[in-house]
Design a protein around this ligand. Structure first.
Ligand SMILES: [Mg+2]
Length: 353
């Protein structure tokens, strides 16, 4: 596609309430909306810079796109050539993701096909969990009841790395007979993680994500070797080289892929293929994203068989949903429109939609 214009805008998303995980607490998500045009046709993407994980910021994403766009405008771009041009900026994965998503949207619109059909077209719906941040066991229980009433069947529960308090949180979900995915966001030491996993053994815990520090791949393997519950990596795997590393070291049962860590759909596909070659299943997760990039994640999940776990729910944390069109969630099941590209019609107060 001949790219004729690239624009990036601040895209501030206040949250309904502060969202707390083991790495910190946030009250708003400072994202960036990206538009890549070819003549009259355009595609849109979103950067949701995960400060705690990649160290990126909204301002950093805006200035990166501003600095790079002149070298992209006027050239023929495909996802692969874009990825190649940006390969030296591995420290800006969410900024690259915004451009990569917008380009994918643009190309699929040009070809008049929903993006997931172009990528792989494996299925037409996926079931997502819903996430509960770190809060009191009473509040966890209240939120689980709310989620169940909305039709969700799987809870992703954030824990802080305190065995006693985290056990109470797990119990608040587990006693209701609901399936749980635990996410420790690096909160435990390897030994603490094993002790915690033994304690929650009686509940329906499907997996535990990133129990130990991102750089502690040996610790991750220790937990895996001593756990009845599958151990997934999240922060330990940003790109395909990291995936290869944790797989070689026999440290994981699964990998949580996120477009914002991987530099977009192109990088996510590479991780997926590395994992699939080793028969390691993947999850598609998200940062604090609106339904623009969540929809891109949904297309990725629909396209590929090896995306076996879906955690695309951050729009629930936002005070407002400014996106028209895009993915829909009904009783936990995600579908996308049968229209070209991502299927997004517009975003309130952004560009001139
Ligand atoms: Mg995680």
């Amino acid at each position: 596609m001949l790219v004729t214009e690239i624009r990036a805008e601040k895209y501030d998303l206040p949250l309904r309430e502060p969202f707390r995980i083991a790495l910190g607490s946030v009250e708003k998500s400072g994202n960036v909306l990206v538009r890549v045009s070819s003549g009259e046709l355009y595609g849109i993407g979103e950067c949701a810079p995960p400060r705690f994980i990649t160290g990126e910021s909204q301002r950093g994403c805006l200035s990166f796109i501003e600095s790079i766009k002149d070298s992209l405008i006027g050239t023929e771009l495909t996802p692969e050539t874009l990825d190649d041009k940006l390969k030296d900026f591995s420290d800006m994965p969410s900024a690259r993701a915004g451009l990569d998503i917008a380009l994918h949207d643009l190309i699929a619109r040009k070809l008049s096909t929903p993006l997931y059909k172009l990528l792989g077209g494996y299925r037409n719906r996926v079931e997502t969990d819903i996430t509960i941040g770190i809060t009191s066991p009473e509040d966890v229980e209240r939120k689980v009841h709310q989620a169940l009433s909305e039709g969700y069947r799987i809870i992703k529960l954030k824990v802080e790395g305190n065995i006693r308090r985290d056990f109470e949180r797990v119990r608040a979900v587990g006693e209701l007979g609901v399936r749980i995915r635990i996410d420790a966001n690096q909160g435990f030491s390897p030994r603490e993680a094993v002790e915690f996993i033994k304690k929650v053994d009686g509940f329906d815990v499907e997996l535990i994500e990133q129990p130990v520090h991102a750089g502690d791949i040996e610790g991750l393997r220790y937990v895996r070797d001593n756990s009845e519950i599958p151990v997934f990596a999240d922060e330990s795997v940003l790109g395909p080289a990291d995936a290869l590393n944790v797989i070689r070291q026999n440290s994981v049962d699964g990998i949580n892929i996120k477009l914002m860590k991987a530099g977009g759909i192109t990088g996510a596909i590479r991780i997926l293929h590395v994992a699939e070659s080793a028969e390691i299943p993947c999850m598609i997760g998200c940062m604090l994203e609106s339904r623009v990039s969540l929809t891109a994640g949904a297309h990725f999940a629909l396209a590929f068989k090896n995306v076996r776990y879906v955690d695309l729910d951050s729009h629930n944390f936002l005070k407002d949903d400014p996106v028209r069109g895009g993915m829909e969630v009904r009783r936990g099941w995600i579908r996308v429109p049968d229209s070209p590209g991502l299927g997004i019609e517009g975003v309130e107060n952004c560009f001139e939609f």
